[in-house]
Design a binder for this molecule. Structure first.
Ligand code: FES
Ligand code: FES
Length: 221
């Protein structure tokens, strides 16, 4: 007997049976079930982590076998108490807990310098510092440079006089690096200014403007 399919009364070859297809659907359903199980399991793990984090702090923020979350910081000469997550960076604390948004976040990984602040007088990338690690240190942001009567810091004023910034995004970081330099070297050479600002990238390429501004600030100080 021939294996060749015979044409039915309508002149059509018989439609293929769907046994194989049904098997595939069953397999897909099974693997999808496995997938959903996996998602739920990993979601539960994440939720569990959240519960643990939540449990690590008492109602007053005190740690229970974990990191003390209430941190006292000295920012721009003022003592502030902040609830800080164990893995929180200083940039996040400054911007989103203390509303000091003059500190910018560019790369968030220690490459651009937009987040530069001073920690105990040293210019530092705030995106690369855990807030918990600097509890006892003095933090200065660009907001803290202005005198109480509103007089700008000489570096800020020189930036205006020299029309230093272009878009301005990198300017707070450039200013903080410049202030940190002038605090230890009030009369820098052009090359010393360049070296001090070398950790601050400027997407607008206003490097000469910034260097001129810092040299002018040094003259006016
Ligand atoms: Fe910190 Fe770029 S945001 S170095
Ligand atoms: Fe635009 Fe520097 S002025 S990034």
């Amino acid at each position: 007997m021939s294996d060749k399919p015979t044409i039915d009364n309508n002149g059509m070859y018989p439609q293929p049976k769907y046994d194989g297809a049904e098997t595939s659907v069953a397999q897909i359903r099974a693997s999808r079930r496995q997938f959903i199980k996996g998602v739920i399991a990993s979601g539960a793990a994440v939720s569990g982590g959240g519960v643990l984090i939540g449990c690590s702090s008492g109602s007053d923020g005190a740690a229970i076998g974990g990191v003390e979350r209430m941190v006292r910081l000295t920012v721009n000469g003022v003592e502030r108490t902040v609830d800080v997550l164990p893995n929180e960076t200083l940039a996040m604390t400054l911007r989103y807990k203390l509303n000091l948004t003059g500190t910018k976040l560019g790369c968030d990984r220690g490459e651009c310098g937009a987040c530069t602040v001073m920690v105990d007088g040293v210019s530092s990338y705030s995106c690369s510092l855990l807030t918990h690690s600097i509890r006892d240190k003095a933090i200065m942001t660009v907001e803290g440079l202005e005198a109480p009567d509103g007089t700008l810091h000489p570096v800020q004023q020189a930036m205006i006089d020299e029309l230093g910034p272009q878009c301005g995004f990198c300017t707070p970081g450039q200013i903080m690096s410049a202030v940190a330099l002038l605090n230890v070297n009030p009369n820098p050479t052009r090359d010393e200014v360049r070296a001090a600002l070398s950790g601050n990238l400027c997407r607008c390429g206003a490097y000469d403007n910034y260097t001129n501004s810092v040299l002018r600030a040094a003259q006016n100080a």
